[in-house]
Design a protein around this ligand. Structure first.
Ligand code: ADP
Ligand code: MG
Length: 139
């Protein structure tokens, strides 16, 4: 059974480019409901913890610096089979490989500055949602 929630971040590159509204519109057109949302700037310690699964990857340090380079929008999204459906809506990690019409194809600048985050499993969706939101901040 697949879960009904996933977690997303509108990354600093997309916020700076003025794409918050367009990305939220695509998310809602895709049939996702917003269960929780806020506008935050992560500290370095928070970004390191959030991306700790990527600690050993060569781009980890740069990724953390990028993710704290400005404010982001974090949200919990509701949809049937949410994790998989949202990964389809956002497209491949590298926008050069992302399908036409996907959020990353439309709004990403590159493989790092790729506009949005989307959870890769139900388990991580829960961990990531709990990282940013308390019980009374989700509906
Ligand atoms: P995804 O976000 O599609 O799940 P990953 O979990 O593999 O991708 O990577 C996490 C994030 O790290 C990516 O969204 C991107 O911002 C960054 N990233 C991934 N691969 C690279 C790379 N080769 N060079 C620089 N940054 C990368
Ligand atoms: Mg990932």
């Amino acid at each position: 059974m697949s879960g009904n929630h996933t977690f997303t971040i509108i990354k600093p590159c997309a916020v700076k480019s003025g794409y918050i509204g367009a990305i939220l519109a695509d998310i809602q057109k895709g049939g996702f409901e917003i269960s929780a949302m806020k506008y935050v700037q992560m500290t370095q310690a928070q970004a390191e913890a959030f991306y700790s699964v990527h600690k050993e990857r060569p781009f980890y340090g740069e990724l953390v610096q990028f993710m704290i380079s400005g404010p982001v929008v974090v949200a919990i999204l509701k949809h049937g089979n949410a994790v998989e459906e949202y990964r389809k809506l956002i497209g491949a990690t590298n926008p050069a490989q992302a399908a036409e019409g996907t959020i990353r194809k439309k709004y990403a600048k590159g493989v790092q500055e790729n506009a949005v985050h989307g959870s890769d499993s139900d388990e991580n969706a829960a961990v990531e949602s709990n990282f940013f939101f308390s019980q009374c901040e989700r509906f």
